[in-house]
Design a protein around this ligand. Structure first.
Ligand SMILES: Nc1ncnc2c1ncn2[C@@H]1O[C@H](COP(=O)(O)OP(=O)(O)OP(=O)(O)O)[C@@H](O)[C@H]1O
Length: 207
């Protein structure tokens, strides 16, 4: 799986968030998109997931052959602060719902996913009663335990305590092999395993 960008830029009104970004994201590698609050990490992630169109330049998705942008969602899993869970579902119902649209990663099923989460006692609890850390773990586990070849994680450790951050590292270790993993972050503990770094500031232009 490959995502290729050629001179890609995105602006909102007259403000360029980034410009002249040419790079490739390739399966088997992990990439960190870095920058302070408001620099454009989520904007670039939205372009890479195909949910936001570049204002200039070209983006292409390919596996053995080209994948049209309107189909790329089939190949992607995403966990992000702006993605809401269905609050009226219990954890088990949420897992069943999610995996109507995605397949489980090898060796995972509903029971083992609840166990990976360490939330056996909350399997029948509605998501609206989950703490913010429990919700964040759930988002990460749903994304990581899906069999999609591309994994996007935006601010993956938000709301996680030290124990939760260690749990995140184990999840990454177990479920990112051979995938294309892209992390939007400004915290080292979220992306220290990523060999490739993209600093949004390197693609800023003064208006
Ligand atoms: N739909 C939009 N319309 C106008 N401006 C927007 C829109 N979305 C984002 N922006 C602007 O783009 C810039 C980058 O925002 P973005 O959310 O990508 O940053 P970020 O690096 O992810 O920030 P954070 O670390 O705080 O999540 C900000 O100035 C933001 O106000």
């Amino acid at each position: 799986m490959k995502i290729a960008l050629k001179n890609v830029g995105r602006r909102f009104n007259k403000e360029w968030i980034f410009r002249n970004l040419s790079t490739e994201f390739i399966s088997g590698n992990s990439y960190a998109i870095l920058g302070p609050n408001g620099s454009g990490k989520s904007t670039l992630l939205s372009v890479l997931t195909g949910s936001l169109t570049p204002s200039e330049g070209q983006i292409s998705f390919s596996d053995a052959k080209d994948i049209p942008v309107e189909d790329i969602y089939r190949h992607i899993s995403l966990a992000a602060p702006y993605l809401e869970l269905v609050e009226t579902f219990t954890l088990k119902e949420l897992i069943d719902f999610h995996f109507k649209f995605k397949n489980f990663a090898a060796g995972v099923d509903t029971k083992s996913l609840v166990s990976i989460l360490g939330l056996e006692k909350s399997a029948n609890k509605e998501i609206k009663y989950f703490s913010s850390g429990m919700k964040q773990r759930t988002k990460l586990a749903l994304a990581c335990c899906s069999d999609s070849p591309i994994l996007f994680l935006d601010e993956p450790t938000s709301n996680l305590d030290v124990q939760g951050i260690n749990w995140y590292h184990e999840l990454i270790e177990k479920f990112t092999k051979d995938r294309l993993t892209i992390i939007g972050s400004n915290q080292i503990q979220e992306y220290e395993f990523c060999k490739e770094h993209i600093q949004i500031a390197d693609f800023k232009q003064i208006n």
